[in-house]
Design a protein around this ligand. Structure first.
Ligand SMILES: Nc1nc2c(ncn2[C@@H]2O[C@H](COP(=O)(O)O[C@H]3[C@@H](O)[C@H](n4cnc5c(=O)[nH]c(N)nc54)O[C@@H]3COP(=O)(O)O)[C@@H](O)[C@H]2O)c(=O)[nH]1
Length: 907
C-alpha cells in the first residue's frame, strides 16, 4: 500500500482514516452519554476533534470527518428492513457528514482568515475568533445539516426540530469548547512540562478538588471545592503550560459530565433539560473564561517575551554600540594625539576659527608667530587689538580682507595670500603666506575655518634687499637710473595733475676719468661716494639724487618751476664742488658740468627730459666745464649732431674711415720746405667728410681720441719713415696732439713705442699741443713735454695767442716752436691790433729762442707783413692746402736729394 502511494499521500490517508476512526469512536462515546428525552449528548467530542484536526492538519483531512460522521449516523440509524429505511439512514449519514465537514472546514477557514494562525488561543482576539467561528458558527452548520437530515429522513419528527437543533448545537459547541483548545495546545516540546512535580501536584489537587466539588453538591466543602476550581485553573494558567491548563478544563468538564450522568452533584434537578443546560453553561463558562484568560496570559507572555527579546536585542545593540564607540573613541584619541603632534611640529602656524571667527585651536608655531600662548589666543576673534595685519604696502588690512573673513564671505579656499603681522612686542613686521579652507559638516553647514600661515619674513627681506639692489647704486647707495626714472615718472604725473612743475639736473663730473687713471679706482670710488653724499645733502628731503652711470648724477627737484628757482637750487649743487674732496689724505678739487631742464616747458616725457638735461650738460661742458647750462631748443640741433657723430665715431678706425693729409710749412726767408703738418680727415660712408673741428672735441669727450691720436701719430711716423726711405726731404711732420692724450701719465712712453713701432727717427716728428691745454695743466704739461723732448721730438705750441700765456709760463715750458693762431693772421693787414699781437709774439718767441710759425696765411700781404716781422715759418693756403701723401710728394722733391727711390711713397 505504501509502495503504491507516495509518502505524503499515504500519511494523509492514514490521518484521514485515523480521524474517521477517532470521530467514530468518540461519537459512539457521545451516543453512550446521550440522555433522554432527546438522547442528545451534553458534549459532542468529535466536533472539537474535527475542528482541531482541520486547523492542525489542513483542509485535506475533511474526508476523515465525512467518513466518521457518515459512519456514525449510518450505524445509529441503519435499518435494512426496507430499502427506504436504508436509504434514509444513508441520507441522514450524508447530511451529518456534510454538516460536520462544513462545520470544521468553514470554522477553520474563518478562524485562519481572521487570526492568521492555526493555534487560535494565544491572544484574546484569537480566543474570540475561535469561539465565534469555531464554537458558534461552525457548530451551527453541523447542527443544521445533522438535525435537518434526521428530520427529513423521518428519524426525528419535525415537531422536535427546534429542541433537537438546540441540544445538538449546544452539544457540538461544548464539544468544540472543551476539546479543540486542548488538542490545539498539545505541543510535543511542551509535553515535558507534564512530568514536572508541579504538574503532578496540580493534577492531584485539581482532581480531588473537582471530584469533591462536583460530586458532593450538598456538602458545604463541595461548594468550597467547586469555587476553588477557578483559582486552581488560574494558577495553572500562570504557572503551567496551556496544554495542562486546557487538560484541566477537559478534566473538570469530564468530571462535571460524569457527575451529571451518574446523577450526583450540582447538575441534578427536577428538570432534565435545565440540568443539561446548567451543565453545559458551567462547562462553557469554565472553558471560555479559561480560554480567554489563557489567551490573555499567553498574549501577555508573548508581549513579555517580545519585550525581553527587544530588550535583549537593545542591550546587545547598546553593548555593541558602546564597544564600537569606545573603540572609535580610543582611535579618535590616538588620531587626535597624532594630529596634535603633527600640527605642533609643522613649520606653518595653524589657527582654527569658529564661524564667528573666535579661535578654537592653535599650534605651537602659531603661538611663536603670533606671540601669544594657545590659552591666550583661545576665544579671541580674528580682529584683535593685540595684532594688526598689513598688506604689501604696509597698509592696515580692513577686517573684511582678513583671510578668515574672505573664506567666510566666499566659502572658498584661500591660497597664498601675503600679509604682514605687526605685533606690539616686535619692532619688525612678520611676513606670512596664508592659506585656508572652510570645513563643513555633513549637511553643508560651515563649522570651522582652518588657516595656516607660513613665515616668509626672510624671503620678504631678501626680496626687499633685492629690490633695493635693483633700484639703488651699490657704490653710493643712491637710487639708480631705474628708480630715478620711476620717481621722475611719478613726479611728472603728480605735476600734471596739479599743474605743477619740476626741474631735472644732469650732473657730470669733469674729467673724472683722470682721477681713476691717476689715483686708481678705489680713489675714484671714494670720490664718487663723497660727491653722492654732498649732493644728497644739498637738496631737500622730497628731491631725489640718483647715480645713473660712472660719473653721472641726476637730481630731481620737486616743485621747482621758474628758471630762477632752479638756478638757486643748481647754485647750491655747484657749491658742493667748491670745497676739495679729501680722498686718501689728499684734497681733490673736482668740478662738474650741469644741464638743467624744466617740466613742462622743456619736455613732458621722462626720456625727453633726460635727453634734454643731457644736451644742456654737454653744452655746459663745451662752454668750458665747471658750470651749468639751461636747456634751450637751439641746443637740440647741436646735441643731435653731437649724438650722430658720437655714434658714427664708434668703429670708424676699424672701418678705416680715417686718413691723413699733409699741409706744407715753409721757411719764410728762403721759401724752403721746413716741414708738413699732418691733419686728420674722416670720410663717413653716409655722413661724408666730417671736419676734425667737429669730431675731435666729441672724440675727446668720449675718450676715443686716445685711440685715434695714437693712430695719427703712428701713421705720420710711418709716413716719415716711408718718405725718408724714398729719399724725400720733408723736414718734420707736425702732428696734432689732443690735451687728453698728454693728460695720461704714460704719453711719453706711447710716443716712444710708436716711434719704435714705425722705425721713425724722433727728429722727423714735431708734436703740436694747444696753448689752452698747456696753460690749464702747466705742471703736468712741463713734466710730460720734457720727457717727450728727451726722446728727441720737437714741441710746438698750437693756436698760440688764444690761451693767455704769460712770459713766466713760457719760460718754464720746453718748447721749440710757437704757432701763431690763424685768427690773428686772418685780418692782416687790416687789423693793427692783430698785427701788434703778432709782432709781440714773434719778438717774445725769439727772445725765448723759439721758432715762430704763422698759420692760415692766405695772402701775399700777410706773408709780407710776417716777413717784415721776421716770422720764421709760414703755413697756409697761399703755399699749399692739406693734401694726401701722394699729392704732396712732388712738392717735397725739389728740396730733397733722393736716396733710395725717385717715387713718392705713401706710408
Ligand atoms: N688733435 C688733433 N687735432 C687735429 C688733427 N687734425 C686736425 N686737427 C685739428 O682740427 C682742427 C681743424 O683742422 P683742419 O680742418 O684740418 O684745419 C686745418 C687746416 O686745414 C687749416 N688751414 C691751414 N691753412 C689755412 C689757411 O690758409 N686758411 C684757413 N682758413 N685755414 C687753414 O687750419 C687747420 C690747422 O690748424 P692747426 O692744427 O692749428 O694748425 C684744427 O684745430 C686742427 O688742429 C689731429 O690729427 N689731431
Amino acid at each position: 500500500m505504501t509502495a503504491l502511494l507516495s509518502g505524503q499521500t499515504y500519511q494523509r490517508w492514514r490521518d484521514i482514516l485515523v480521524l474517521a476512526i477517532l470521530y467514530f469512536a468518540t461519537a459512539k462515546l457521545g451516543h453512550s452519554l446521550a440522555l433522554p428525552p432527546g438522547y442528545v449528548s451534553p458534549v459532542w467530542i468529535p466536533s472539537g476533534i474535527i475542528l482541531a484536526a482541520v486547523l492542525r492538519r489542513g483542509y485535506w483531512i475533511w474526508p476523515g470527518i465525512f467518513l466518521g460522521a457518515f459512519a456514525v449516523n449510518v450505524s445509529a440509524y441503519l435499518d435494512t428492513s426496507s430499502l427506504q429505511s436504508l436509504s434514509n439512514a444513508l441520507m441522514a449519514g450524508t447530511a451529518n457528514g456534510v454538516g460536520h465537514v462544513l462545520s470544521a472546514v468553514l470554522g477553520a477557514y474563518l478562524i485562519q482568515r481572521t487570526t492568521h494562525t492555526t493555534r487560535p488561543y494565544k491572544t484574546a482576539a484569537q480566543g474570540f475568533a475561535l469561539i465565534l467561528f469555531g464554537v458558534v458558527a461552525g457548530t451551527f452548520l453541523s447542527a443544521l445539516f445533522g438535525v435537518t437530515g434526521l428530520c427529513a429522513t423521518g428519524f426525528i419528527p419535525w415537531s422536535r426540530y427546534g429542541a433537537t437543533f438546540a441540544t445538538w448545537w449546544t452539544g457540538d459547541a461544548v464539544g468544540v469548547l472543551v476539546i479543540t483548545p486542548f488538542l490545539l495546545s498539545l505541543e510535543r516540546h511542551s509535553l515535558s512540562r507534564w512530568i514536572l512535580p508541579e504538574a503532578w501536584l496540580f493534577a492531584v489537587v485539581l482532581g480531588i478538588t473537582a471530584l469533591h466539588g462536583l460530586m458532593l453538591p450538598e456538602h458545604v466543602a463541595g461548594h468550597i471545592a467547586l469555587v476553588s476550581l477557578t483559582p486552581l485553573v488560574m494558577w495553572s494558567l500562570f504557572r503551567l503550560t496551556p496544554s495542562i491548563t486546557f487538560a484541566s478544563v477537559v478534566f473538570i468538564s469530564a468530571a462535571a459530565i460524569t457527575a451529571f450522568l451518574i446523577g450526583h452533584g450540582h447538575f441534578i434537578g427536577a428538570d432534565a433539560n435545565a440540568n443539561l443546560i446548567e451543565l453545559q453553561l458551567f462547562i462553557a463558562i469554565q472553558v471560555i473564561s479559561t480560554l480567554i484568560l489563557q489567551s490573555v496570559v499567553l498574549e501577555h507572555r508573548a508581549t513579555e517575551q517580545r519585550l525581553r527579546l527587544a530588550r535583549d536585542q537593545l542591550d546587545a545593540t547598546v553593548m555593541a554600540r558602546t564597544k564600537e564607540l569606545k573603540t572609535k573613541n580610543e582611535a579618535l584619541q590616538v588620531s587626535e594625539a597624532r594630529l596634535r603632534a603633527l600640527i605642533d611640529h609643522l613649520d606653518s602656524g595653524v589657527v582654527v576659527h569658529a564661524p564667528d571667527t573666535s579661535i578654537l585651536l592653535t599650534n605651537d608655531r602659531a603661538e611663536t608667530l603670533l606671540g601669544l600662548s594657545e590659552a591666550q589666543m583661545a576665544g579671541r576673534l580674528a580682529i584683535d587689538p593685540y595684532w594688526r595685519f598689513v598688506d604689501r604696502q604696509m597698509q592696515t588690512l580692513p577686517v573684511e580682507s582678513y583671510p578668515v573673513s574672505r573664506i567666510l564671505a566666499t566659502r572658498q579656499p584661500l591660497e597664498n595670500m601675503l600679509l604682514g603681522v605687526v605685533r606690539p612686542d616686535r619692532e619688525t613686521t612678520t611676513w606670512m603666506l596664508a592659506n585656508g579652507s572652510p570645513l563643513s559638516d555633513a549637511r553643508g553647514e560651515l563649522i570651522e575655518i582652518i588657516i595656516s600661515f607660513f613665515d616668509i619674513t626672510h624671503i620678504k627681506e631678501s626680496e626687499q634687499r633685492l629690490d633695493h639692489l635693483a633700484h639703488h647704486d651699490a657704490l653710493t647707495g643712491l637710487p639708480n637710473r631705474l628708480l630715478f626714472n620711476a620717481r621722475l615718472q611719478q613726479s611728472i604725473e603728480r605735476a600734471e595733475r596739479c599743474s605743477g612743475s619740476l626741474a631735472l639736473v644732469f650732473v657730470d663730473l669733469d674729467r673724472f676719468k683722470h682721477i681713476n687713471d691717476s689715483q686708481g679706482h678705489p680713489a675714484g670710488d671714494e670720490l664718487l661716494r663723497q660727491v653722492a653724499h654732498r649732493l644728497a645733502k644739498a637738496v631737500r628731503q622730497e628731491d631725489t639724487v640718483a647715480r645713473i652711470s660712472g660719473d653721472e648724477f641726476m637730481v630731481l627737484l620737486e616743485g621747482v618751476g621758474p628758471t630762477e628757482h632752479a638756478r638757486v637750487a643748481v647754485e647750491q649743487l655747484i657749491e658742493v664742488f667748491k670745497t676739495p674732496f679729501p680722498v686718501r689724505g689728499h684734497p681733490i678739487l673736482m668740478t662738474a658740468s650741469m644741464g638743467i631742464c624744466i617740466y613742462p616747458q622743456d619736455g613732458q616725457e621722462v626720456d625727453e627730459l633726460m635727453r634734454n638735461a643731457d644736451i644742456a650738460m654737454y653744452r655746459a661742458k663745451e662752454d668750458g666745464r665747471n658750470g651749468y647750462q639751461f636747456f634751450s631748443a637751439e641746443l637740440t640741433k647741436v646735441a643731435i649732431e653731437h649724438a650722430v657723430i658720437d655714434t658714427a665715431l664708434k668703429g670708424a678706425l676699424e672701418r678705416e674711415e680715417f686718413a691723413l693729409v699733409y699741409q706744407p710749412q715753409f721757411d719764410l726767408a728762403d721759401r724752403k720746405l721746413s716741414g708738413v703738418e699732418a691733419l686728420l680727415r674722416w670720410r663717413h660712408p653716409e655722413l661724408g667728410d666730417i671736419s676734425p673741428a667737429r669730431f675731435v672735441p666729441i672724440a675727446e669727450q668720449h675718450g676715443v681720441i686716445l685711440e685715434i691720436g695714437r693712430w695719427v701719430l703712428l701713421t705720420a711716423c710711418r709716413q716719415a719713415r716711408a718718405w725718408h726711405d724714398a729719399g724725400l726731404d720733408f723736414g718734420r711732420i707736425a702732428v696734432n696732439i689732443s690735451g687728453n692724450q698728454i693728460r695720461g701719465a704714460g704719453f711719453a712712453e706711447t710716443v716712444h713705442e710708436v716711434l719704435l713701432e714705425a722705425d721713425c727717427e724722433p727728429r722727423w716728428i714735431e708734436l703740436e699741443i694747444t696753448e689752452s691745454f698747456v696753460m690749464r695743466r702747466l705742471e703736468h704739461s712741463v713734466v710730460q713735454l720734457n720727457r717727450i723732448r728727451e726722446l728727441g721730438v720737437q714741441i710746438a705750441i698750437d693756436d698760440f695767442g688764444t690761451g693767455y700765456s704769460s712770459l713766466s709760463y713760457l719760460k718754464q715750458l720746453p718748447i721749440d716752436k710757437l704757432k701763431i693762431d690763424q685768427s690773428f693772421v686772418h685780418d692782416i693787414p687790416e687789423d693793427p691790433n692783430d698785427m701788434a699781437i703778432i709782432a709781440s709774439i714773434i719778438a717774445l718767441g725769439h727772445a725765448l729762442g723759439q721758432i715762430i710759425i704763422a698759420e692760415g696765411v692766405e695772402a701775399e700781404a700777410q706773408a709780407e707783413f710776417l716777413k717784415t716781422k721776421h716770422c720764421d715759418q709760414v703755413q697756409g693756403f697761399l703755399y699749399g692746402r692739406p693734401v694726401s701723401a701722394t699729392e704732396i710728394a712732388p712738392l717735397l722733391l725739389p728740396f730733397a736729394a733722393p736716396k733710395k727711390t725717385q717715387h713718392p711713397i705713401e706710408a
